[in-house]
Design a protein around this ligand. Sequence first.
Ligand code: C2E
Ligand code: CA
Ligand code: CA
Ligand code: CA
Length: 275
Amino acid sequence: AKRKGRDTLALYDQAIDRAERERREIEMDLREVIARGQLNLHYQPVIDLDSGAVVGYEALLRWYHPRRGIIRPADFLEVAEETGLIVPIGEWSIRQAFAETAKWAGDFRIAINLSPTQVRSPHLVAIVAQAIHAHGIAPERVEFEITEHVLMQESPLSMGNLQKLRQLGVRIALDDFGIGYSSLSYLRRFPFDRIKIDKDFVEGVEDSADNQAIVSSITRLADALGMATTAEGVETRAQLDLLRKLGCQEAQGYLICEPAPGEHFATPAAISAAM
Ligand code: C2E
Ligand code: CA
Ligand code: CA
Ligand code: CA
């Protein structure tokens, strides 16, 4: 039994070594990612549930890795966040999203995710202001999505940056609403323009009256607070119809369109027609 325990431990050590090597490899590659031109943004359209029209796009980061293929944020954001590399990567995303948006016809919104480290970073507001100006994007068309993790840390820098972003005229959305610890209290810390209902709730919305009651409470709460609601992760027609019935205003998800590179969205009208 003792020997078996040692073997298990050895295997465990090996697994840890492997994970640590993997992590270091990602970190090293990530340091070169901008210089090597391996970052890309995919965009996912957001539609208005009444009209079916595309009202915006969310920019989602993709790493085109020469050996590993397309890597999604789940596999590198943690390392990027821990090492601070998310700051230059985020700057790249903001500039890239505005540059691409400026080339497309229509006056849809462009939504960009910001991590807690980005929101705390001292140059964020100047970078956003500069990029808006450089690409001639109306600030009202820009929306930043943050999660409650940004507010959990109660950093004066973060709060100050959010307020300054707001003064520039850009909008701020609370992402992943409902799955965190005490989401309701965060609604009081900052006057968000929008709540994004997490896909966990959307996934379950057909299954039970309870789930429907939760979604409908969120939309009524948002209404009362003067915030709009967007449901994310909509995968079925039944979910889409229910969300509309429950008072949600906008939706995004694979049913409508999977995230895709910007060149696919030169003509947003194509998607509205398909809905
Ligand atoms: P998120 O902001 O909650 O984004 C929604 C995620 O759900 C995206 O995953 C999207 O591709 C995926 N999704 C969209 N529709 C559906 C659907 O119908 N079903 C399912 N199952 N999933 C759907 P993705 O692109 O892998 O991004 C994961 C997370 O990484 C994002 O979650 C966001 O928090 C973060 N992220 C993405 N891009 C950036 C970025 O540029 N900067 C920062 N800081 N974070 C980013
Ligand atoms: Ca988001
Ligand atoms: Ca989300
Ligand atoms: Ca999410």
